[in-house]
Write a protein that binds this ligand. Structure first.
Ligand SMILES: *Cc1c(COP(=O)(O)O)cnc(C)c1O
Length: 223
C-alpha cells in the first residue's frame, strides 16, 4: 500500500477515538514526508535534532506547515537547536533538561510545550524518568516560566503481542490522572502520548490520545 493509503487506513481506525496522529518520520526522506503531508498528516515526529534540522527547512521551503514533535532523547547541548523548531518535546526526563529548555525558550520569547517521558518497566532503555519521579518533576516544571507541561509520554518495550504491554499503558494513564489531579498552575495536562505501530490500538484503549506511528505509515525503515 502507498503512504497515502496507509494513512487513510490508520485514520479510519482511530478517528472515532479522537486521537492525534503523529507520523514518525525518522530515517524517511523529505519526499516521503511530503507525500504523507499531502495525504493529510499535520504533525511529524523526529528522533534526532540533527535530522530535524536538515528536514525542517526543506519542508518549509515546500510551503508546508506542520507541527514538529521531538520524540527522541534530547541532550542538553542540543536544546538550543531543538527549541526553535519544536511544537512539542515529548522526551523531558530530568530537571536539568527542563531547566535548559526553559532557559532557551525564555531567550527566544517562546513558551515551550513539553511532555514528561516516563520509563515504565523497560529495562533496556536508559531514557525516561522513573514513575516515582513523575510527580516531583511535574511540580518542578510547573514552576518554570517558559515551559509548559502538557502531559506524559512512554515507549513500551517491544513485544510481538501488544496485549503484553497493556499494563504499561494502564500505569502511564494512572500517572497521567494523578498529575492532572494536582491541578498545578502553568500546566495543561492534556496529552497522553503512547502507542506505536505495533501497539497503538491497545494504547488507545488504555487512554492514549496521541499515537506516534512510523512503520505503519512509511513501511519498514532503512538504516
Ligand atoms: C521510532 C519511534 C516511533 C515509531 O515507531 P514505529 O514502530 O515505526 O511506529 C514512535 N515513538 C518513538 C519515540 C520512536 O522512536
Amino acid at each position: 500500500m502507498s503512504i497515502a493509503q496507509n494513512i487513510t487506513e490508520i485514520q479510519k481506525e482511530i478517528d472515532r477515538y479522537q486521537v492525534k496522529l503523529v507520523a514518525v518520520t525518522k530515517n524517511q526522506s523529505t519526499s516521503a514526508m511530503l507525500e504523507a503531508i499531502n495525504a493529510g498528516i499535520t504533525a511529524v515526529g523526529e528522533n534526532r535534532v540533527q535530522e530535524m534540522m536538515t528536514k525542517y527547512p526543506e519542508i518549509q521551503a515546500a510551503g508546508k506547515l506542520v507541527e514538529w514533535h521531538l520524540i527522541g532523547h534530547l541532550q542538553t547541548n542540543k536544546v538550543r537547536l531543538a527549541v526553535p523548531m519544536a511544537h512539542l518535546i515529548h522526551s523531558v526526563d530530568s530537571e536539568r533538561l527542563a531547566m535548559e529548555i526553559d532557559k532557551v525558550a525564555g531567550k527566544l520569547g517562546k513558551r515551550q510545550d513539553v511532555l514528561l517521558q516516563i520509563n515504565i518497566a523497560d529495562e533496556d532503555s536508559k531514557f525516561g524518568a522513573e514513575p516515582g519521579q513523575a510527580l516531583s518533576l511535574a511540580r518542578v516544571i510547573s514552576q518554570l516560566e517558559h515551559t509548559r507541561l502538557c502531559g506524559l509520554m512512554t515507549i513500551a518495550p517491544f513485544s510481538e503481542n501488544p496485549e503484553a504491554v497493556r499494563p504499561v499503558f494502564k500505569e502511564l494513564n494512572q500517572l497521567f490522572n494523578e498529575i492532572k489531579a494536582l491541578n498545578l498552575s502553568n500546566t495543561e495536562i492534556s496529552w497522553l502520548s503512547m502507542g506505536m505501530t505495533n501497539d497503538y490500538m491497545v494504547a488507545i484503549e488504555e487512554g492514549a490520545n496521541l499515537v506516534r506511528i512510523g512503520t505503519g505509515i512509511f513501511g519498514a525503515r532503512q538504516y
